[in-house]
Unconditional design. Structure first.
Length: 164
């Protein structure tokens, strides 16, 4: 990875500075972004107001509490490692691992240290379309099966997929 990009990703955010100073969790999502269905489910509009994909670096220095989403999430461990609890299952991510988390799947992220970089890639559910699935089907990918099972209501054994 380009050193300039990596250095930019390593810079502390305002939320991280608060977490380091006060040694406690500070939410990086404003209160008005939470859905009416409960405090643990974040609405699409906050992330997707004018875009179909939202990419961000996960804030470090405190655990992120259990929550779920109304969108598909991919966690990519760019650097370092982290532990997550996904649908009551402990998952350890190492550098290069990819974790797909289905809509509505409860998950939490443990403490990330200064050298850990977790990238969040969020997809609006409407972005998963037949053309995308056809392209994946031709390669017989495990991602295709995971997404097809979601769309046809055939639940996979777990509402997440770890690629390591």
């Amino acid at each position: 990875m380009n050193d300039k990009v990596l250095n930019q990703l390593m810079k502390l955010t305002a939320t991280e500075k608060k977490r380091l100073k006060y040694q406690e969790f500070y939410d990086d999502v404003p209160k008005n972004a939470y859905a009416e269905m409960g405090p643990d489910s974040i609405i699409n509009n906050f992330f997707f107001e004018q875009k179909k994909i939202y990419i961000s670096r996960h804030n470090r220095f405190s655990p992120y509490p259990t929550h779920s989403h109304t969108f598909l999430e991919i966690n990519y461990m760019l650097r370092g490692s982290c532990d997550e609890i996904v649908n009551s299952t402990s998952i350890h991510l190492n550098q290069g691992d990819i974790l797909l988390i289905d809509i509505g799947c409860p998950h939490s992220i443990n403490y990330l240290g200064s050298g850990d970089l977790l990238i969040n890639i969020l997809f609006q559910d409407t972005d998963i379309n037949i053309d995308l699935l056809r392209g994946m089907k031709s390669s017989k990918s495990v991602l295709y099966k995971f997404m097809l099972d979601r769309k046809t209501s055939q639940k996979t054994p777990e509402p997440f997929l770890l690629l390591s």
